[in-house]
Design a protein around this ligand. Structure first.
Ligand SMILES: NC(=O)c1ccc[n+]([C@@H]2O[C@H](COP(=O)([O-])OP(=O)(O)OC[C@H]3O[C@@H](n4cnc5c(N)ncnc54)[C@H](OP(=O)(O)O)[C@@H]3O)[C@@H](O)[C@H]2O)c1
Length: 265
């Protein structure tokens, strides 16, 4: 087992996946902005006999990511696995179309992964081995209503990884895109579940298996995936009619975040 870098490890999917990678024997570098949450996870992993390093880092900041990866590799060893999971999304209001909102979402969901890959890939190429994993979303398959920025940023992330996968063929580096549907990452507030929603531990157990098996692409759950495939073969006029009827009722896919940097965090 080697060194895994997991971004967005302070909460939700990233936190759970980092625990699973540590349990299989990887030394894990935990990246996110909330230091105390990272420290508490690192402590928990160390107490169960694993190795972990908490590194507070804003993944939209290229230099900060480079420094974080350098530190992780110095203290834990060369990166064998990158899980670029940090991300999130908030609804796009078409009536208040705002480029800052889009720039923010692309920085968070696309450029963050680009920064991480830029930092780990030269070493992987030199060693002729490594595994790049990114957290996309089923929301990247189609432009969902109210999700212009989120859907397009996840579609871009998937396409970027797909191109890389082909370009890196034969160089010893595997590429995996994870594309979950709805995952419940916070304790239940409302009784109403999102369609085909998975519980966090079930979802991350599936993702950890897909990583282990070095799958190229893992989109799930299959039931929601089937509906999305169906949406692909619908003529656009029918898609538009159906989607505008459900419109604002389509639940947001992915983690909530501010609309733009002006909104805080
Ligand atoms: N939950 C779902 O239904 C679902 C479905 C499909 C895809 N996804 C994707 O899964 C990933 C994880 O989401 P989640 O559901 O687990 O939500 P979450 O609990 O809100 O996790 C988001 C993680 O990203 C980190 N993050 C956000 N902005 C960051 C930044 N600028 N720099 C560094 N870290 C940052 C957060 O840490 P800090 O706040 O501490 O920085 C947090 O650890 C996201 O990419 C999301 O789009 C989620």
């Amino acid at each position: 087992m080697g060194t895994a870098i997991v971004t967005g490890a302070s909460s939700g999917i990233g936190r759970s996946l980092a625990r699973r990678l540590a349990a299989r024997g990887d030394a894990v570098a935990l990246l996110a902005r909330r230091q105390e949450l990272l420290e508490s996870l690192a402590k928990e992993i160390e107490e169960s006999g694993g190795r972990a390093l908490a590194i507070a880092c804003d993944v939209t900041d290229r230099d900060a990511v480079r420094e974080a990866v350098e530190r992780a590799e110095r203290e834990l060893g060369p990166t064998t696995l990158l899980v670029a999971n940090a991300g999130g999304g908030n609804p796009t209001d078409a009536a208040q179309f705002d480029s800052e909102h889009f720039a923010f979402m692309f920085d968070l969901n696309l450029m963050s992964a680009v920064h991480c890959i830029e930092a780990v890939l030269p070493g992987m190429l030199e060693r002729g081995s490594g595994h790049l994993v990114a957290m996309s979303s089923l929301a990247g398959y189609r432009g969902l209503p109210g999700a212009a920025a989120y859907s397009s940023s996840k579609a871009a992330l998937t396409a970027m990884l797909e191109s890389l996968r082909v370009d890196l063929r034969g160089r010893g580096i595997d590429v995996t895109v994870l594309a979950p549907g709805f995952v419940r990452t916070k304790p239940k507030k409302k009784k109403r579940r999102k369609p085909f929603q998975l519980e966090l531990e079930d979802a991350t157990a599936r993702m950890a298996r897909a990583i282990e098996q070095r799958k190229r692409y893992y989109a799930f759950p299959k039931s929601l995936l089937a509906l999305i495939w169906l949406a692909w073969i619908l003529p656009p006029s029918i898609y538009d009619r159906l989607m505008s009827r459900v419109g604002g009722k389509v639940p947001r896919m992915g983690a909530p975040g501010p609309r733009s940097p002006r909104d805080g965090t």
